[in-house]
Write a new protein. Sequence first.
Length: 374
Amino acid sequence: MSTTYFKVHIRDVTASNVLNKKVCCVHDEGRGREEEGRNRQRLTLHSQGKIPDLHLKLAWDKEFKTVETEAGKVDGSGRISWDKTFGKGGVVFKYETKFANQLESKKFVIECWEKNFFSHDFIGKAELDLHTIATGPRKIKMIVKKGDGMPGGNLDVELEMMHSTYVKIELANVQVDLSRKKGFSMQYFCSLTSTRAKSIASHMPPPMRWQSLDSITIFASLEELCESFVVFEFSREESVLAVAQLPLVNILARMEEYREDTGYKFAVAVREFDQRRGERVIGSISGDVALRSLPFFSQLSEDAMLDDSGNVLGGHRLLPFSPLPAVLGSSGLKLPPRFSKEQLKKKEAPEESVENALAAGRSVLPVSEASLVL
């Protein structure tokens, strides 16, 4: 059974109404009144931000990753934050599991504790299954439940859980045709990494054809892939003359159903960048592109939120095949994808052939919207 990797980033956790809900446990009846007075004094000081002694214990999939915060800081509105733990980039780690099909049974648990000179008291805990996190909003409202199941306060959590795989990008049947009939060398790479693939040198004038090129392997999430390009650089005498970019989102957005491997034909314009003449099309590059071992899970867009009743408010799924949290599946509510084949068509300019653009010396489409030939 293969291992599934997630990049987890707990950006922030804040609490409200937690200390107000605490029920003090007094074990010595003879000291009951004295202890009750101390607790009342501590709660008053808490509301003034003078004795912030609420600690959190975070547990991701039991003991895979545990974090214990420092004492919280209370602001004027009574909201508690933990700047030392979350204020400098939050908590970041890589989560590995061989049971990604059982994320519904795995939990992210946050326990609330009051620790000070007088006591070490459990207040309550909040929890959420990892499937809802991996497919749902990044902003989550959670209810702290006390030992008796009654509400004991509220937590506001911001976190990312990005499913990442080692994606292989394969290029085949590649043809380059440039208006300048001179020899050139070509480098290609993914914009997500600075590592260049081996240069392909050509000592003959274009058009040039390659049955296959060396593959590119990157560790990435679907969201990162949607923002990435395969970049082709054309050089002569160590000087870059022109560039072509193939947006990977143009491949992913056309997938109606998830497939671990997918491939399409592509054709994009090659553009020269000249300080005097500006950007203009000087040729094209076409071929077959395949993506292997794609990630499956992706979260909803930044504007989505999971409220404390378990309802998803607003947002978009990333792609047409992106899985949804169970709460949406059971309710039948559908969220539109952020990227889809229909949306890409709306963004495309009126079609014009590369040949016509070459004759006129102008660009067909902005680089970021170069279309695939399907």
